[in-house]
Ligand binder design. Structure first.
Ligand SMILES: Cc1cc2nc3c(=O)[nH]c(=O)nc-3n(C[C@H](O)[C@H](O)[C@H](O)COP(=O)(O)O)c2cc1C
Ligand code: SF4
Length: 513
């Protein structure tokens, strides 16, 4: 029988040479007459170990990494197909400390299965959630999602079940399920990894959403910079159609759900849900005034669910294991687990799914191992480019929506970007305003004009031109953006600026040389 060897097809792994490693594995096996089956899986999310090569043995999977193409012949000669010792041998994959300590619910299959194999998916509990949903009434499905405590993982943390109920409560008509896969936040890649590593989970979650609210059409709005995710999604959608899991009479029921991927051109504002709907309709991505809510009048004016990839991909496990099971993870009003993404100046970057309540310190030092530069950590930015900077002194803050918001931060999509003590916080504050100016959709004045004026003010502060007066104006501008912006882009730009000013005032008063 063939021995299964796994090399990831995930974009991160590919960026560090996984493709040439995969080719080298095939060549080495052929040359030695070894009977192997090469599986291109998703990434386990332990990026410092990529390209990670795994081999299936009677005692489970063993991992080797990071493997270069030049290491492959030596691995074969050392007997890696029998999990033999080698300097790159990491032991049983499941026992790698940073993996073993995670609570993988949404990412349970990522890195484990062949992402586009329906049979592999079915062999790992795939579509069990949909089967369960098909035995339930729409109201009961929505109630289970509400009861689980799942909140939107795209950033706003709105209760998913409440949103679904609003769509369900609209009279029967054409309804839509849309998946927000724009993933514009800096330092985030959970959506990409899920779509590349286990796209059928997202497809299953969207199908359950469709069955729950009576929507027959779904769209995945994917940013064009994700070509590997696009390929995986399209292959997985084709497999789901061929298996009778999409289309008419799903699994012999009277339910129908059609699904396709639409590409966005990669503007940050197109991740804001109403801009995303405009873009999906073929228009310029510009924010819509609310009300009406998309749940009532969304895509093409019809009731529409807009959910993030991770929110939708978490629904199958909730249906399979029950709301109670999911709710038992987490803390306070933040129930379940969250895939946290560590990036920036960090020794061990990657994705770590943990129940809410893990501290920033556990993440940055425990998983991340401190900075890549070896210098002291000075701050992290949590929640994307518009998230607050949190100083090292506050790293005991638990990762949960309320605790972070109490300390003036937000969790957003779960991205944590690490900075060492060489970071210039005045420069970072300027960057936030510049980002807002570049990405503004232009619909409202505080954001369109204010962001540009903010950059000018910061330039004067940094150049020490009438510094205290200009700092005062920056503070006032932040208040205007906070309260006068139509959407979160302008409304959240003050967070990085104000947090940098609050925690690192010395950086704004440096001597100009
Ligand atoms: C400027 C801006 C950018 C956003 N970008 C994204 C994004 O890339 N992906 C995402 O899922 N949500 C993004 N959001 C949040 C969405 O507007 C919306 O809350 C989310 O898609 C709803 O799904 P959820 O409830 O499952 O989180 C963004 C919001 C703002 C204001
Ligand atoms: S805050 Fe900025 S991005 Fe949002 S609607 Fe106003 S101009 Fe557009």
């Amino acid at each position: 029988m063939s021995i299964k060897v796994y090399v990831s097809r995930d974009a991160t792994a590919l960026s560090v040479g996984a493709e040439s490693v995969a080719r080298a594995v095939e060549v080495a096996a052929q040359q030695r007459g070894a009977d192997i089956q090469l599986v291109r899986n998703g990434s386990r999310g332990l990026f410092w170990l990529e390209p990670l090569v795994e081999v299936e043995t009677p005692s489970g999977r063993h991992a080797y990494g990071p493997v270069g193409a030049a290491d492959v012949a030596e691995l074969f000669d050392a007997g890696f197909l029998n999990a033999a010792a080698h300097r790159l041998h990491l032991g049983p994959t499941a026992e790698i400390a940073e993996l073993a300590s995670q609570q993988r619910l949404t990412f349970a299959r990522v890195g484990v299965t062949d992402p586009v194999s329906l049979s592999d998916y079915l062999a790992h509990d795939g579509y069990a959630g949909l089967r369960q949903a098909l035995t339930m009434t729409p109201a009961a499905i929505v109630a289970a999602v509400t009861e689980s405590g799942l909140r939107g993982r795209g950033g706003a943390a709105f209760p998913t079940g409440v949103k679904w109920k609003t769509v369900l409560d609209q009279p029967p008509q054409q309804k839509y399920v849309t998946c927000n896969a724009d993933e514009g936040d800096s330092g985030t890649f959970a959506d990409r990894m899920l779509m590349e590593g286990d796209p059928l989970t997202l497809i299953e979650g969207m199908t359950i959403a469709g069955v729950a609210v009576g929507a027959t059409q779904g769209f995945i709005y994917l940013r064009v910079e994700y070509p590997h995710a696009l390929r995986a999604l399209n292959e997985a959608i084709a497999a789901a159609y061929a298996g009778g899991y999409l289309g008419r009479n799903i699994l012999g029921s009277d339910k129908q759900f059609e699904l396709e991927v639409r590409l966005g051109a990669g503007a940050y504002i197109c991740g804001e849900e109403t801009s995303m709907l405009e873009s999906l309709e073929g228009k310029r991505g510009e924010v819509r005034v609310r009300p009406p809510l998309p749940a009532i009048k969304g895509l093409f004016g019809q009731p529409t669910i807009v959910n993030n990839v991770i929110s939708l991909a978490t629904v199958p496990v909730i249906l399979l294991q029950g709301a109670e099971f999911y709710k038992n993870f987490g803390t306070g009003k933040s129930r379940g687990t969250i895939p946290l993404q560590l990036a920036g100046n960090v020794r061990r970057g990657g994705l770590f799914e943990r129940a809410f309540g893990v501290t920033l310190r556990d993440l940055v030092y425990g998983y991340g191992g401190g900075t890549a530069s070896g210098r002291p950590v000075r701050a992290v930015q949590v929640g994307g480019p518009l998230g607050a900077y949190i100083p090292e002194s506050q790293f005991d803050t638990p990762v949960d929506y309320e605790a972070l918001s109490a300390s003036g931060a937000l969790l957003g999509h779960g991205g944590i970007v690490v900075f060492d003590d060489t970071v210039d916080m005045a420069g970072m504050a300027r960057f936030a305003l510049e980002f807002c100016a570049v990405e503004s959709c232009g619909k409202c004045t505080p954001c369109r004009i204010g962001s540009t004026r903010g950059v000018e003010l910061m330039d004067r502060v940094i150049a020490n031109v009438d510094r205290e007066r200009n700092l005062q104006l920056v503070e006032e501008l932040c208040e205007t953006l906070l309260h006068g912006s139509l959407c979160g882009l302008g409304g959240m730009t003050p967070f990085p600026v104000q947090s940098a000013l609050k925690h690192f005032p010395e950086d704004f008063r440096k001597t100009v040389v």
